[in-house]
Write a protein that binds this ligand. Structure first.
Ligand SMILES: [Zn+2]
Length: 690
């Protein structure tokens, strides 16, 4: 019987892939991957680039593609069978990858090649690939003694088990909470749509009245609009103390996870887990990440305090001079009232100007104007669902660079959020059978069409599509020889530059004028509405930034400093670190880290890397200033960004790529300007995040 997963070409036969194909295919490909590595180990000829690194670059390609395709289907067309089989094969696949750097013979061959004159003469992408591979092998334990390797493997297994329990506890304890409100009068202030959803939800659970949960679409409107402070308090406290008690208690897991991560770091010769994780990122080490976060926090401090004071004064104007201090569950509520009073702007007014088709045409037009590429529909590629569209991308000379899929609407079988994925990474010097053409996809869950209306997007959804399309361009425009360096295979704190920079085009009047058109009248967004949107953009920005910086500070403190002997209870420790970053006093049960899945629901995830969000914003805000100065559709600037960043993947140090484009290191000032915080910030000196 033919297993289609073992014979994937460029036109992936999504419609004929079945869950029962997965296990046999992965088994074959694990064996094949092992054999490919054994070939490198068994080679008797003198070590060369081709017979070591060149082969290593391709050794596990087929396995990677199949795992990506299966993981992708699990994200967009899941079924209990597919989820089961995917979860079943994953531990074996991760164990296989983890075992590669621990193979003594392979490590010897790589070191033997590294010692040759030919290796010393490598330049550019190959030189970087050699250097990074050696570093990565060391960081993953290649130099350890056999007992140390055993210990490392045991730590990895335990971490993967504990972190997946952490994630399950968050889900279970969130799901265990419900708040039933029987009298509708208590919901005054809550918009009709949210009220209706709560009523439906109660009905679906066989209850009378209105049901609220800790899921964002239920919780956020309640905290933002409900006049009843007691209801807000209950929901807020429940959310902040998730996964702290009973069978789903995460605090003991957190302590253990941090301890294991520290042990892992020390075993590998690093002072902290942050230093281990950041060694191959732009920040390079925990101290640099921390000084970046501290610097931004310092600049935020004064406007943050001002926003806090103004919100309190606003409440006093509403409720009289004796109105109490704001509690945590009051902040969102009064902030919304203040926003309405200040700006008279409802972002829903923009929706009619963003029909999906127009926005997608705007994406392609932006890519054409900036990078000279042409996107045309492809009707021959097989898709996984009728909502999916396929496209080809060509350069100015008509060369086929890439094909990609878009999948934009929610479905029962599709996961939340938006993302980009690379299915096939084309290389600029393809070996036999390999592709030079990339194959990728972007997925989202935007507002679908309603009866009599096309799909009309919120401005946030438009930003999301531009963001994911930016990631996609990073793949599609990539021209890199080494497969492991293609497209988005770059440092975690660099990967969001190509995506976040695209969001800027959703705010530029000139850009909006090209694609934002009223779905009925074809009119552009009125100037007055644009002006309101622009003014409301930076509302309470210092508070929002401070919140992110608080998370980043807690993350770094836990992964650099925290020592249970010295600091005691991890929740109390994290609470004390977080306190200066939030606009109202933290309650005694505040235990946000107990549900902080970014840090603790996978072996690494965002651990010691939460700062990356702000780091990438610094890069994108700063890089965009060149477009602002020289023209948002300036083809030369677009070309420079393409040549310096988008084409080059990880073939050079990201700071070098950045400097190639900007002619200097990044500065924090552009982000502070965009956030409307530069006038009032504390320090005036320019600082770079590198
Ligand atoms: Zn992204």
């Amino acid at each position: 019987m033919l297993n289609p997963l073992l014979n994937l070409g460029f036109n992936i036969p999504f419609e004929s892939l079945r869950p029962e194909h997965v296990e046999p295919a992965v088994k074959v490909l694990l064996e094949q991957g092992t054999r490919n590595i054994e070939v490198i180990e068994a080679e008797t000829a003198a070590p060369t680039y081709d017979n070591t690194l060149g082969r290593l670059d391709r050794a596990t390609e087929a396995l990677e593609v199949v795992m990506t395709v299966v993981g992708h289907l699990e994200s967009v067309m899941t079924s209990p069978e597919l989820r089961d089989v995917y979860n079943r094969v994953r531990p074996d696949v991760s164990a296989f990858y983890a075992s590669i750097p621990l193979r003594p013979r392979l490590w010897e061959r790589l070191k033997a090649f590294a010692a040759t004159p030919a290796a010393a003469e490598l330049r550019g992408a190959r030189e970087r690939f050699l250097h990074k591979t050696l570093e990565q092998f060391r960081r993953e334990g290649a130099d350890l003694s056999p007992p140390e390797k055993q210990r490392l493997e045991a730590i990895s297994r335990e971490l993967s088990e504990l972190t997946s329990r952490f994630g399950q506890n968050v889900v279970a304890s969130s799901a265990a909470f419900e708040l039933i409100v029987e009298e509708e009068a208590r919901l005054s202030g809550l918009p009709p749509a949210a009220r209706e959803r709560a009523r439906e939800d109660a009905k679906a659970h066989g209850k009378a009245g209105f049901r609220f949960t800790l899921q964002a679409p239920s919780m956020i409107p309640l905290l933002t609009y409900c006049d009843d402070a007691e209801l807000r308090r209950q929901v807020h406290l429940a959310s902040e103390s998730r996964a702290t008690t009973g069978e789903t208690a995460n605090p003991p897991l957190i302590t253990k996870i941090i301890e294991l991560r520290q042990e892992q770091a020390r075993l590998l010769g690093f002072a902290s887990f942050a230093d281990l994780v950041l060694a191959d990122r732009m920040a390079k080490n925990g101290a640099a990440a921390r000084s970046f976060v501290d610097d931004l926090s310092q600049r935020c401090r004064v406007p943050f305090e001002r926003e806090r004071r103004e919100l309190h004064e606003f409440r006093r104007r509403l409720e009289g001079p004796n109105a109490p201090e704001l509690e945590r569950w009051d902040v969102g509520y009064y902030a919304e009232k203040q926003r309405q009073a200040l700006y008279d702007f409802d972002s829903e007014q923009l929706r009619p100007y963003f029909p999906l088709e127009g926005v997608v045409a705007g994406l392609f037009e932006t890519a054409r104007r900036l990078y000279g590429v042409k996107v045309v529909p492809n009707t021959t590629l097989g898709c996984w669902h009728e909502d999916v569209r396929a496209y080809d991308m060509f350069d100015e000379a008509g060369v086929h660079l890439a094909s990609f899929y878009t999948d934009f609407f929610p479905r029962e079988s599709k996961r939340d959020g938006a993302w980009m994925n690379s299915l096939i990474s084309g290389t600029s010097a393809p070996s036999a059978g390999a592709s030079s053409v990339h194959l990728g996809l972007i997925c989202a869950n935007v507002t679908p069409a309603a009866p009599g209306l096309p799909s009309l997007l919120s401005h946030g959804e438009v930003e999301t599509l531009f963001h994911e399309f930016g990631h996609l361009l990073h793949l599609c425009l990539s021209r890199v020889e080494v497969r492991h360096q293609v497209g988005t295979n770059v440092a975690w704190d660099f990967v969001e530059l190509p995506s976040q920079i695209m969001e800027n085009w959703c705010w530029e009047k000139e850009a909006l004028a090209t694609f934002a058109r009223h779905h009925q009248t074809g009119a552009s967004i009125p100037d007055e509405l644009l002006a309101k949107m622009e003014r409301a953009r930076t509302y309470r920005e210092a508070t929002a930034m401070s919140r992110q910086l608080g998370f980043a500070t807690v993350d770094l403190a836990l992964h650099i400093d925290y020592d249970p002997e010295q600091h005691g209870d991890v929740l109390a420790y994290a609470r004390a670190v977080a306190a200066p970053f939030v606009p109202a006093k933290l309650s005694e049960n505040h235990a946000m880290i107990a549900s902080f899945s970014h840090l603790f629901s996978s072996s690494v995830g965002y651990a010691a890397g939460y700062y990356s969000y702000k780091w990438a914003e610094v890069l994108d805000a700063d890089a965009f200033t060149r477009f602002q100065r020289e023209g948002v559709y300036n083809r030369q600037v677009g070309e420079a960004f393409r040549r310096s960043v988008l084409e080059r993947g990880d073939s050079a140090d990201p700071m070098q790529l950045y400097k190639d484009f900007m002619g200097r290191e990044p500065s924090l000032d552009a982000l502070m300007d965009r956030a409307g915080l530069s006038r009032v910030s504390a320090g005036g000196a320019s600082a770079s995040p590198g």
